[in-house]
Design a protein around this ligand. Structure first.
Ligand SMILES: [Cu+2]
Length: 150
């Protein structure tokens, strides 16, 4: 039997939650569909922000000269991900566009690379931002959540 699937929609940036679709949509709209410009560079971390280390594969690098420095990653599950209402809702493995801090160098990073990032999420602004990134060995096997039903 197929698992219920609501991810990989709306840029795949919706945290999993067993909620009514209307509520989910509202929270996504409030989150700007993951494309909020977020806080200015160099702003101190907000007390409302949380950081999650997570492993991922690089799907697409930022477009040179694009207004938003956006990295598309396929990340592993984040079981302790906290939603907008402060509850732990978890986030499935998914493809997700993420803003990258301007101060974070991406030299040498290529599509297909395995990396470990620190994702900073601030529901107060709201923003999703990669604030740290380090390469992992190419032999790293990621658990990207493709369940037995597929
Ligand atoms: Cu995600």
């Amino acid at each position: 039997m197929l698992r219920e699937r609501t991810d990989i929609t709306l840029d795949g940036c919706d945290p999993r939650r067993g909620r009514a679709p209307a509520l989910l949509l509202l929270s996504l709209l409030a989150a700007g569909g993951c494309r909020s410009s977020g806080p200015p560079e160099g702003a101190p971390p907000s007390p409302s922000s949380r950081r999650y280390p997570v492993r991922a594969e690089v799907v697409r690098l930022p477009e040179p000269g694009a207004p938003l420095r956006e990295l598309v990653l396929r990340h592993e599950a984040i079981p302790d991900f906290v939603g907008q209402d402060g509850r732990v809702v978890g986030m499935e493995a998914m493809v997700m566009p993420l803003e990258v801090s301007r101060s974070l160098p991406l030299d040498g990073v290529r599509a297909g690379d395995k990396v470990e990032i620190v994702l900073e999420v601030d529901w107060a602004r709201p923003s999703y931002r990669v604030v740290q990134l380090r390469p992992l060995p190419p032999s790293t096997v990621l658990d990207l959540g493709r369940g037995p039903s597929r």
